[in-house]
Design a protein around this ligand. Sequence first.
Ligand code: PLP
Length: 484
Amino acid sequence: MYDKLIFEIAKKGKRGVRLPKLDVPAEDNLIPENLKRKSSLGLPEVSEPEVVRHFVNLSAKNHHIDKGFYPLGSCTMKYNPKINEQTARLSGFTGLHPFQDASDAKGALRLLVELGNDLMEISGLDGVTLQPAAGAHGELTGLMLMRAYHEANGNPRKKVIIPDSAHGTNPASIITAGYEVIQLPSGEDGLIDLNALEAVLDEDVAAMMITNPSTLGLFESNIVAVAKMIHDAGALLYMDGANLNAMLGIARPGDMGFDVVHINLHKTFSTPHGGGGPGSGPVVVREHLKPFLPEPLPVREDDTYKWAEPSPQSIGRIGAFYGNFGVMVRAYTYIRMMGAEGLRHSSERAIINANYLRRLLEKHYDVPFKRISMHEVVFSGSVFKQYGIRTTDAAKRLLDYGFHAPTIYFPLIVPEALMIEPTETESKETLDAFAEALIGILDEAKDNPELLHGAPYTTPVGRLNEALAAKLLDVKYDPNRETE
Ligand SMILES: *Cc1c(COP(=O)(O)O)cnc(C)c1O
């Protein structure tokens, strides 16, 4: 009975809320005539328990991190501590209006300043903006900062280099920022190939963008040499910090030579994400890029907090208001709760978990690059080919075992890639059960490949057309759908 649309449960006259009778004279003219609704809004009429049950049941249909393991590589689906939600809901924060005068919002400004300080300390860099609304937005902001820097030196330059393992947002951001993408083939070992880099470096190169550890889960061990080559060519080094969860308190991008880094608060610092929910992609920069940071910037001055005087070289605003403040409160809470030791411990454990899974699975699935993994590990699902199965079939089947699928077919340079990021918040029991499921699916592929072609069987909807499903939404439950 919980599979109906809320409109099907509705009955005329049902109410969720009843207000007491008016005990003052009614005032009809508060809303101008032209703003008044002419027809009913058409909301479903339901009781309070019906609304609650409807949405609680809906929330359990999809897979989410509060329900089960979610090893989606590159996305860092760690558990989100509930205390983050409590602090984000403090009325002093939720009651603020973005147009409020800074002198009324010193607590919020202090949180922005302190979060920024934490991010600078964690990354080993000198300036920060919290405005970008996601990682990709941080990339674009970082590229705009680097362009402004080069322009101030007389020449914006033309090209930005990325490795062929780069996340798809990297080339998209480069093009949006008006640069040309130079794609660098990875070496045999999956790392940046210094000779290949030498061959493409010239005075038209504005920057190189590197994800470290890379999307293959490998630490770029030549990073100091790469930084020197880039800087000798007059270019800047950008780090896509989406994988920062591998180095908190262990290593700092600033010490490796990076000039600009974006950080995904919604990945590394445990704020809920996915499904297009709010993100936050702060950008930290080295001293010489600080004058170009977007405005406004919060500062602490004479023991109070306010917005800084704008820098004449600032690239200006890159979004409305100050970024996704609620996400920042959550990330700040997480950092405070963990402390320096706790953050380091979380990264160490994320690395141990990924390597533990690698050990459990490497006898069964090919690992293309045989080095210690950082916080994630990439396998190839090509072993399925002999049974007429693709990695996507195995990924769908995992849902029947109660696990979210890993990232598949990315990075592009690994055929039939399965990219697994367990994160630090998972227990050994969960990792064991997940490895068992992936090994079990391999047996199913041998014995009953047809089964895999039809998976998943236990989810509210079966296999969808992945391109169309997001565009032609069909949220109607079909009770006649065949199940296992
Ligand atoms: C997630 C991710 C991004 C983009 O971040 P969004 O917040 O999703 O825009 C960029 N690069 C890498 C490596 C990522 O994993």
